[in-house]
Design a protein around this ligand. Sequence first.
Ligand SMILES: NC(=O)c1ccc[n+]([C@@H]2O[C@H](COP(=O)([O-])OP(=O)(O)OC[C@H]3O[C@@H](n4cnc5c(N)ncnc54)[C@H](O)[C@@H]3O)[C@@H](O)[C@H]2O)c1
Length: 250
Amino acid sequence: MTGILAGKTALVTGGARGIGAAIAKAFAAEGAAVAVTYHEHGAEASAVVADIVAAGGRIAAVKADVASEEDAAHSVRETVNRFGGLDILVNNAGVILEKPLLETTMADFDWLMSINLRGTFMTGREAIRHMAKAGGGRVINIASDLGYFGREQFSVYCASKAAILNLTKSWAKEFAPRILVNAICPGPIDTDMLDLANMSPEWRAKEEMIPMARVGRPVEVAAAALFLAGPGASFMTGQTLDPNGGSVMP
Ligand SMILES: NC(=O)c1ccc[n+]([C@@H]2O[C@H](COP(=O)([O-])OP(=O)(O)OC[C@H]3O[C@@H](n4cnc5c(N)ncnc54)[C@H](O)[C@@H]3O)[C@@H](O)[C@H]2O)c1
């Protein structure tokens, strides 16, 4: 298969649906062999596999909980075993929590951080361990525009995304010039996480109160990931791309 990622192998955590699935499809369409991990959404992962195979792409689904150190190492090993290497990691898996601070328990905090922050840390560390030996690679961490500006009732989520932005910069400095590490901070994107169907009209109006006056689509985040994974981003590290409709202009 030809394309800007021909001959490359990518691992996308939480690639069974939403933004991760769109990234997996975009990478496969550009010639990459792609492994997606899933934890709970096995049926959706199978559907992503079927779509990519039908389009002529190479894809594997790996069951792995990003909150488990063992699973994080397994997902990297499995990708390398199946496709012979790992060139690109997208740390995409994530969860959100909407709760007033005074009702937020330590179990809530630990649950969210174990997936969003420890998950990014562990899969990132294992992928970089492989890339450092292999001579190079790309890491793309999915953060959020909320990681810049915070939001009432979402403090733990926002803090996890702000921390991911800093991991990105530190890893970029530690592993330049061979491993390039960048982040993406999407604005509101139409996925199950945003749950537009069940959103109150008031809250939806708030989400759309941005210069482009609409929420984004997963493919619009995938386009940013494709750029960061491809040859055009060869001089970019420690940076953030912001497909956010203008929600924040950092
Ligand atoms: N949708 C938005 O508005 C938006 C905005 C900014 C950032 N993001 C970020 O984009 C990423 C993708 O979110 P999405 O909008 O596609 O939501 P989503 O809920 O559709 O997808 C999240 C994925 O992460 C997976 N996941 C959750 N816990 C996991 C675990 N323990 N192990 C492995 N996989 C796990 C889920 O199964 C799912 O496939 C997340 O990191 C999210 O924080 C989303």
